[in-house]
Design a protein around this ligand. Structure first.
Ligand code: PLP
Length: 399
């Protein structure tokens, strides 16, 4: 007999991709090879100097608990990174290192939000932003954007959704799942609106900072009039191909960092000491040498996918400026069928493409809008080429 679970845990949705993963496994068991374009992580190896730093840390017995927020020299190196890359000036007591950007977001939510507080989330959004709010009884206010404005929320639209209960706005740039990147001008317009609402905080998720094809990364924290209310989330998972190491970064006001330290001290304490040494090295290695080659490869793959999509009738994509995803509008395929399968949503199309194209994607429903599908190009050009050809043939069968 199973005793009842808590209402909180029951309120959290299981990832929408679970059904698709099951179907992928079934096909694999039948000996049918499925190409996986649903991945949310770089397929590259962690750069060599970072691995060496971790090996040295093990050999030097750097194996004890550290300060909950991360050891001091690491936090100093993170401050240097913010100065060098973003012209932002933090002190180590404003930095909390965690077990991943995900934990950093959870820390900030718990530190700031009370039941009933509203959190504005531009959609499409990374699903954790909304799901975690259920655990603390705060209320997501989802604001849709569309492919026609590059999935970016205008300052005007943002302001329309602000109420006396709004406490927080959370967004990512570059974005998962759309790859959109907010420009300096667009962020300046947001800042102007936010100047009028001193009770509102912003979580700016910059985990894809380095995977940016338009050049410079801008952070909302660069606008002095609101910088004290902007909490930056970053980490090593995406830019340094370190998803498994579990290293996240929060930078914000000192009082918030202290609160996050207190929360994290009860949940996990510091992240792994060896990971911290690896993160320390990541903060110091030459981005041009170790990160940019990965970014250039991602850009080539993006162009490959976009070129193929141009030839596929019924799928409409924009030109994503960052991250490693294409978020494509598939509404023109709705109502079409093949045998007994009718496409009415992004989810239907993903199941269809899994069966008929042997390609695994993520439905837009996982990000708050099922008119879309997400294609991850964090895989080799050879596999991408094959997958896109298979998708094209399967779509051509729809009538
Ligand atoms: N933020 C966004 C937008 C992401 O896409 C992801 C991972 O997919 C994360 C945060 C989580 O990163 P981490 O591995 O550091 O927890």
């Amino acid at each position: 007999m199973q005793l009842p679970l808590s209402q909180k845990v029951l309120s959290i949705e299981e990832p929408l991709t679970i059904g698709m993963s099951r179907r992928s496994r079934e096909l694999n068991q039948q000996g049918i090879q499925v190409i996986n374009l649903s991945l949310g992580e770089p397929d590259f190896d962690t750069p060599e100097p970072i691995k060496q730093a971790a090996i040295e840390a093990i050999q030097n017995n750097f194996s004890h608990y550290t300060a909950v927020s991360g050891y001091l020299e690491l936090r100093q190196a993170i401050c240097e990174k913010f100065k060098r890359d973003n012209n932002l000036h933090f002190t180590p007591d404003q930095i909390v290192v965690s077990t991943g950007a995900k934990q950093s977001i959870a820390n900030a939510y718990i530190a700031l939000l009370n039941p009933g507080d509203e959190v504005i989330i531009p959609a499409p959004y990374w699903v954790t932003y909304a799901e975690f709010l259920k655990l603390i009884d705060a209320k997501p206010v989802i604001v849709q954007t569309s492919i026609d404005n590059n999935f970016k929320l205008s300052a005007e639209e943002l302001e329309k959704h602000i109420t006396p209960k709004t406490k927080l706005i959370i967004f990512s740039s570059p974005s998962n799942p759309t790859g959109s990147v907010y420009s300096q001008q667009e962020l300046a317009e947001w800042a102007k609106v936010l100047e009028k609402y001193p009770q509102i905080y912003v979580i700016s998720d910059e985990i894809y900072e380095h995977i940016n094809y338009v050049g410079k990364h801008y952070s909302l924290a660069q606008f002095e009039s609101i910088s004290e209310r902007v909490i930056i989330i970053n980490g090593v998972s995406k830019g340094y191909a370190m998803t498994g190491w579990r290293g996240g970064i929060l930078a914000g006001p000192k009082w918030l960092a202290q609160a996050c330290d207190k929360i994290q001290g009860q949940f996990t304490s510091a992240t792994c000491s060896i990971t911290q040494k690896a993160m320390h090295k990541a903060m110091e290695i030459d981005i041009e040498t170790y990160v940019k080659p990965m970014v250039r490869t991602f850009q080539k793959r993006r162009d490959l996918v976009l070129n193929h999509l141009k030839d596929i009738k019924g799928i409409r994509a924009n030109n994503p400026d960052g991250a490693f995803y294409v978020f494509a509008d598939v509404t023109n395929l709705f109502g079409k069928r093949y045998k007994d399968k009718v496409i009415q949503s992004g989810t239907d199309l993903c199941f269809y493409l899994l069966d008929e194209a042997r390609v695994s994607l993520v439905p837009g429903a996982a990000f708050g809008n099922d008119n879309y599908i997400r294609i991850s190009y964090a895989t080799s050009e050879e596999l991408l080429e094959k997958a896109m050809n298979q998708i094209k043939s399967a779509i051509e069968k729809l009538q």
